[in-house]
Design a protein around this ligand. Structure first.
Ligand code: C5P
Length: 219
């Protein structure tokens, strides 16, 4: 088909979604935040005390989870069984369990299936950890993002602080480091650069510079 998929993968809090949104807006593509899907599943698992080692419980839970994106102005709006959870999935309880949940094979199989369905007929920009390797290995453009972990923690801290005055830079740094570790060492499609992905280290780049870089690759 002549449809175009842009895959953006990389470490936690690297600005993947900022770049993916800007790119989608510029290109008039659909933006899909795959991390929001794993976060919503993690939220459901937390609320329902799902045992991460219990295959039957996990399968039952996955059957009951219905996720939907409704995109307005390229922000991520996700519903979990018709409840708007876009804000709650960003909070620490979810951030602390999402990588363990996303490491579960059954969870990944279901999410990848849904993600591939979303990309079947439309031009999309999707960001995540395995988009260029597992979800869309034939994506037209693959970008692998990285940045200094301290810079990443500071950016995320500034973003979360206004709504979460109790949050500390230390806990954010720890969470990012821990998620990077879990995501790169898990058995099921670990975070790894696809051999044909372009590396974008944005430690010293502002969002406009990143967008120009990405657009030059899409062209
Ligand atoms: O992108 P974000 O940081 O919101 O993703 C949250 C978590 O979801 C990641 O730390 C990772 O464990 C998981 N994830 C994944 N595969 C994706 C997207 C996210 O495993 N494609």
């Amino acid at each position: 088909s002549d449809q175009i998929i842009v895959a953006i993968d990389g470490y936690s809090s690297c600005g993947k979604s900022t770049l993916a949104k800007a790119l989608a807006k510029k290109l008039h593509f659909i933006y899909v935040d795959s991390g929001a899907m794993y976060r919503a599943v993690a939220l459901y698992f937390l609320r329902n005390n799902i045992d991460l080692n219990n295959h039957d419980q996990i399968m039952e839970a996955l059957k009951k989870i219905h996720l939907n994106f409704h995109s307005r102005d390229y922000e991520t709006h996700i519903t979990l069984n018709d409840e708007e959870v876009s804000a709650e999935i960003r909070l620490m309880p979810v951030s602390e369990t999402v990588s363990a949940v996303s490491a579960i094979k059954e969870v990944r199989t279901e999410m990848v299936k849904q993600q591939q369905r979303m990309g079947r007929s439309k031009n999309i920009v999707m960001d995540g950890r395995d988009i260029g390797t597992a979800v869309f290995p034939d994506a037209a453009v693959k970008i692998f993002m990285t940045a200094d972990p301290k810079v990443r923690a500071e950016r995320r801290y500034k973003e979360l602080l206004p709504k979460n005055p109790d949050i500390t830079l230390e806990e954010i740094f720890e969470n990012i480091a821990h998620r990077d570790y879990q995501d790169t060492t898990r058995k099921e499609s670990p975070l790894v650069r696809a051999h044909d992905a372009i590396i974008l280290d944005n430690t010293d780049l502002n969002p406009d510079e990143q967008l120009l870089f990405a657009l030059s690759k899409v062209e």
